[in-house]
Design a protein around this ligand. Structure first.
Ligand code: AHR
Length: 678
């Protein structure tokens, strides 16, 4: 070929290539790059018993103060007739209180107890409820009759009773009794009643650990979880489950820190603990908010296993909540006493991973799980800071490393997203060589809008980041789960994924909130006694986790990462199992814009799942849980009719064998594209 002709052809081809792009922004997917592995732990769940997340929420127990152990032993109960609280001779040494019912003094009077749960008991028509309690006869008659009933105490129907069963107590020795109750209608704020139902005026009966569970729990566990709420967790496809918090790890004072040993073994003998969120603020106080310990460490490990997540327990480092304590009050353990806290952590690892012959492995095995839970991570302290933290953290960490060198240690950068404490803590975490640093950032919209590049400049060596608590809080005190907050989280999270060599774990926080019982918002999942609502932020988390991919590869506009370029933030991953190229992109502009993905040729199909609302303040509610949900569409990959027409959207084949796929990406939209290469 003559030189002039070659040149002419090249010019023509370049013009054609130029014309083969529609107007708009081109994002180039570098599918040949090796990329950076995305850890399976990348997107996970933070669980803390805040907002009635556990007791009164995920934990399916319906009775508040079932063991009569609150500071006021009858808190949560209404009593009628002759009811006494006793504490000598009960069946459970760590929960000594029980109640005694006796003849009320007149045949037309009643004696008994009523419990309305925490914020009412949700009961569903046709559903079965497993009542259990411990009882003994305590008077002359050898048997005593009781009547158990599901009720609607605030309803106006002729009959308050939804379902009832008689139970006869037949022994003067403490015995467990069980009966199934069935509700004939649905009530959101029902109650449970247990009445002395005996003709004898000498009937006396003692009752302890009165418990009511739906028969249908998550995975059918007896000491189980509310199915709809646990399913919402499973549907997040979490890589990790962090528990039990949060501030409740620390306690308002050390004596009410979370002590995992109090949450294992027979459920009847687990001591209760006042919840730090009971009295979180004067404006929203919940005096009956205690932790029953029923959803304890065994149940957390089991839940992690059931939903396919790595367990990430966080333990107290001997410091009570620093926000709630002045150092002059000496709220922390002495350095001499630190050994107790360290031992608790070492025992926890043995509980999770030890052989059934070991002391704590045996406890696990006796609870029904002889196989180890395979614990790999341990967080020491929650949001701690200052010299008093480091002087406790350092020996703590060294002791864990010495005994369990394979356990990855999670340290902390404190409660703030930057600043002096943050910098100092990061320096210390590096010096000490922790494996991961737990960063927390509850911040306003501007932070999430402008910080998708937060991790671009982090050192590539040293501890990895666990973005352990974050959520976009509205400015001007508007803290709720509006669509715009979710969009900004999605946009910010492109930066987590692009930096998968630095960030290896993340979890939005908090996860659950009862609509009437919250202390903190926004939250990922809202519920009442019967219903659940997945927020817009929930769908963002779900989209990320369900489309995580194995490696992040370069995605560029004009050779640069897509971080705050023309209101776009984006990232691209490869799923090695399927060969899919997964682009996650947030268009923060209120206006739509044309985007072109420069992709390898030979695609076999593609789809786009988008989360969008025209109204940034839109939100899902319990009444309208599907206002803003992801919508999936198959993409049409047939080539455009006239590739030279820059106005046409769709697929164009490039002369280099690649394709350009163009479409109009809606304003204020988060979209996940899956391009199939196989
Ligand atoms: O997620 C709510 C609280 O925020 C957590 O308990 C605490 O760690 C943080 O301050």
């Amino acid at each position: 070929m003559r030189k002039g002709l070659t040149l002419g052809l090249t010019v023509l081809l370049s013009a054609a290539t130029l014309l083969a792009q529609p107007r708009g922004t081109t994002l180039v997917v570098d599918d040949k790059a090796e990329g950076i592995p995305i850890q399976p732990t990348m997107y996970g769940i933070f669980l803390e018993d805040i907002n009635f997340a556990a007791d009164g929420g995920l934990y399916a127990e319906k009775i508040c103060n079932r063991s009569f152990e609150y500071d006021n032993p009858l808190q949560g109960w209404k009593t009628f007739g002759k009811v006494e609280v006793l504490s000598e001779g009960g069946p459970f040494d760590r929960n000594p209180h029980y109640v005694r019912l006796r003849y009320p003094g007149h045949p037309a009077r009643q004696c008994g107890l009523e419990n309305g749960g925490w914020l009412g008991i949700g009961l569903e028509a046709g559903a079965e409820y497993r009542l259990s309690f411990w009882a003994r006869t305590a008077g002359k008659p050898r048997t005593v009759g009781l009547l158990a009933a599901l009720c609607d105490p605030y309803g106006s129907a002729e009959n308050q009773v939804l379902g009832a069963e008689e139970v006869t107590v037949t022994s003067s020795k403490w015995t467990k009794y069980e009966v199934v109750l069935k509700a004939d209608r649905t009530v959101a704020k029902g109650a449970f009643r247990l009445l002395l139902w005996d003709e004898s005026q000498e009937a006396v009966v003692d009752l302890e650990h009165v418990s009511l569970f739906p028969s249908d729990t998550f995975h059918g566990d007896e000491n189980g979880l509310r199915k709809d709420l646990a399913q919402a967790l499973a549907d997040l496809h979490p890589g990790i489950l962090r528990f039990p918090g949060g501030c409740i790890v620390e306690g308002t004072s050390l004596d009410n820190r979370y002590q995992w040993k109090n949450t294992v073994g027979p459920v009847e003998n687990r001591p209760i603990n006042i919840n730090r969120w009971n009295y979180g603020t004067f404006e929203r106080m919940f005096p009956d908010y205690y932790q029953s310990g029923g959803l304890g460490f065994y149940e957390y490990f089991r839940l992690a296993e059931e939903i396919g997540a790595e367990p990430v327990p966080i333990v107290s480092c001997g410091m009570a909540c620093q926000f709630q304590n002045d150092p002059e009050w000496h709220p922390n353990c002495s350095l001499e006493d630190l050994g107790t806290y360290i031992q608790d952590a070492l025992d926890l690892i043995e509980f999770a991973n030890g052989s059934p012959k070991s002391k704590w492995g045996k406890v696990r095995a006796e609870m029904g799980h002889p196989e180890p839970f395979g614990l790999k991570y341990l967080g020491i302290g929650n949001e701690q800071w200052g010299a008093e933290f480091i002087e406790r953290f350092e020996p703590f960490m060294k002791a864990v490393r010495a005994k369990y060198p394979d356990i990855q240690i999670v340290g902390t950068s404190g409660p703030y997203l930057g600043g002096e404490w943050f910098d100092d803590l990061w320096k210390e975490m590096r010096r000490l060589g922790v494996d991961l640093v737990d960063e927390h950032y509850y911040s306003w919209e501007g932070f999430y809008e402008k910080n998708a590049n937060r991790y671009d400049s982090y050192p590539r060596t040293g501890p990895k980041v666990f973005a352990g608590e974050y959520a976009c809080h509205g400015s001007d005190g508007k803290k709720f789960n509006h669509f715009n907050a979710a969009l900004l989280e999605a946009s910010f999270m492109t930066g987590l994924e692009r930096n998968a060599d630095v960030v290896v774990m993340s979890s939005y926080a908090p996860t659950f909130a009862h609509v009437e019982g919250w202390q903190w918002r926004p939250d990922l999942i809202w519920f009442d006694n019967l219903r659940v609502m997945r927020s817009c932020s929930y769908y963002v988390q779900q989209l990320y986790a369900a489309n995580k991919g194995s490696r992040v590869i370069p995605l560029t506009i004009d050779g640069k990462p897509v971080a705050d370029v023309r209101n776009l933030n984006a990232t691209c991953a490869v799923d090695d199992a399927t060969g899919d190229l997964i682009v996650k992109i947030a268009n923060l502009s209120p206006y739509s814009q044309v985007v072109t993905f420069d992709l390898p040729g030979g695609l076999t199909g593609a789809e786009r799942t988008a989360l969008h609302s025209d109204n940034p303040m839109d939100e899902n509610t319990l009444d309208e849980p599907s206002r803003v949900v992801p919508v999936t569409e198959q993409l049409d990959l047939t080539p455009v009719a006239d590739p030279a027409n820059e106005w046409l959207l769709g697929v164009r084949h490039q002369e280099n064998g690649r394709i350009a796929y163009s479409e109009r990406l809606g304003g204020r939209t988060f979209a996940v594209y899956r391009f199939h290469t196989k």
